[in-house]
Design a protein. Structure first.
Length: 327
C-alpha cells in the first residue's frame, strides 16, 4: 500500500490505517522525470538503498520514474506541499519558484563542469540551498546534468543567426524564452513529455538538452541535427520536502543528508559514462553532430538575458557575480 505524505507518525497511526509499518517507520515517495535506466534514476535508487540500510529499514521508499507523478513544475509544487517527499529537479524550472536558482539558468554562467562542481559544492550551492529552503525544499545533493546544446530537424546550428526564425522548445522558465528570443528564435515552453510528439509533428523545429536526455527520450529520431553549443550548464537537485524533512529526527536527517550527498557522487560518475554512451548511440543512428567552433557570438547574443534578469532582480547581483567569478 502506498501512502502520500508518507510519514507515519507511529504505531497508532499505522494501526489505524491497518498497516504493518513499525512505530516510527517512514515511507518516502520519490518523483523522477527520467526513465528507469538513467543516471538520475540510479542515483535516486542508491539514495533510498543507502537510507534504508543506515536506518535498519525504518526509512524506506519508492521512486516513481518516467514522470508518472506529473510534470516537473507540478511536482515541484507537490514537494513543497509534502504530497511528494523527494525528487531530482532541474534548477531550470525551479527558477520559477526559487528566484536564486535562476542564476544557473543564465547562459554560459559556468566555465566548465569542473567549475560547476566546485561552485555547487561550495558557497554557490549553499546560497541556492538557502533559497530552496525558504520555499519549503531541502537540498540534499547536487546532481550533474552536463551541458545543454541545440538540436533540430532543419539544419546544423553554427551561429546565433541559424536559430533565427526557428521554433524552439524550452523548459518552463522565462529566462529560456528570453534566451531564444535574443537570437531571433521563437521559444515555446513545454513539458518534457510533450517534446517528442511536438518535434515529430513540427509543432517545434527543435529543442535543447544534454546528450543523455536527447538520446533517452528518442528525440534524436525526430530531430537529427545536434549542434554542440553547450550554452547552459544546469545542475540538478536531489531535494526533499521540508515537511517530510521536519518530521525526521535529527539523527535521521543526518543519515538522509549524507546519503543524498553520496548519491550525488555516484550519479556524477554515472553521468560521465552515460554522456559518452549517448553520443555513441545517436551517432550510430545517423545523427549529424557538429561542434560549434566559435561560442563567442552565442555568448554575445545572450548577454541581454543577463541585463534583463539583473534589471528585474537587482538583489541577485551579488549572487550572479559569485557564480560568474568563481574559480
Ligand atoms: C533534462 C532534465 C530534466 C528536464 C529536461 C527538460 O534532466 O529535469 O525536465 O531536461 O528539458 O536534462 O525538460
Amino acid at each position: 500500500m502506498k501512502l502520500s505524505g508518507s510519514v507515519i507518525a507511529g504505531g497508532a497511526a499505522a494501526l489505524l490505517l491497518g498497516l504493518s509499518l513499525e512505530a516510527g517507520a517512514v515511507e518516502l515517495r520519490g518523483w523522477n522525470i527520467h526513465v528507469e535506466d538513467y543516471p538520475v534514476s540510479h542515483g535516486m535508487e542508491r539514495f533510498l538503498e543507502d537510507v534504508a540500510e543506515k536506518t535498519d529499514g525504518r526509512i524506506t521508499g519508492k521512486v516513481f520514474h518516467g514522470g508518472v507523478l506529473g510534470s516537473q513544475p507540478d511536482a515541484i509544487e507537490q514537494v513543497r506541499l509534502g504530497a511528494i517527499d523527494f525528487g531530482v529537479f532541474s534548477l531550470g524550472p525551479m527558477g520559477q519558484v526559487v528566484p536564486e536558482t535562476n542564476v544557473v539558468s543564465l547562459p554560459f554562467i559556468f566555465k566548465s563542469i569542473e567549475q560547476m562542481y566546485r561552485v555547487m559544492d561550495g558557497a554557490g550551492g549553499e546560497a541556492l540551498g538557502k533559497g530552496l529552503e525558504a520555499k519549503g525544499i531541502v537540498a540534499l545533493g547536487w546532481y550533474d546534468a552536463g551541458a545543454r546544446s541545440f538540436y533540430n530537424s532543419v539544419k546544423p546550428i553554427n551561429t546565433p543567426a541559424d536559430v533565427a526564425g526557428m521554433k524552439v522548445r524550452v523548459m518552463n522558465n522565462d529566462l529560456f524564452v528570453g534566451m531564444i528570443e535574443s537570437m531571433g528564435g521563437n521559444a515555446t515552453p513545454m513539458a518534457f513529455a510533450e517534446v517528442y510528439q511536438s518535434l515529430k509533428t513540427g509543432v517545434v523545429d527543435g529543442a535543447e538538452n544534454n546528450p543523455p536526455s536527447y538520446e533517452s527520450t528518442g528525440h534524436y529520431e525526430v530531430a537529427q541535427f545536434y549542434s554542440i553549443s553547450q550554452h547552459l550548464i544546469i545542475p540538478e537537485c536531489l531535494c526533499m520536502s521540508k515537511i517530510t524533512w521536519d518530521r525526521l529526527s535529527p539523527e535521521d536527517q543526518a543519515i538522509v543528508k549524507a546519503a543524498g550527498r553520496a548519491s550525488a557522487d555516484y550519479q556524477r560518475e554515472l553521468w560521465q559514462a552515460r554522456e559518452k554512451a549517448s553520443m555513441e548511440t545517436v551517432l550510430a543512428a545517423g545523427v549529424k553532430v557538429n561542434e560549434v567552433a566559435d561560442k563567442a557570438p552565442f555568448q554575445a547574443a545572450m548577454e541581454p538575458v543577463y541585463d534583463q534578469f539583473l534589471a528585474a532582480h537587482p538583489e541577485m547581483t551579488d549572487l550572479v557575480t559569485l557564480f560568474r567569478n568563481a574559480e
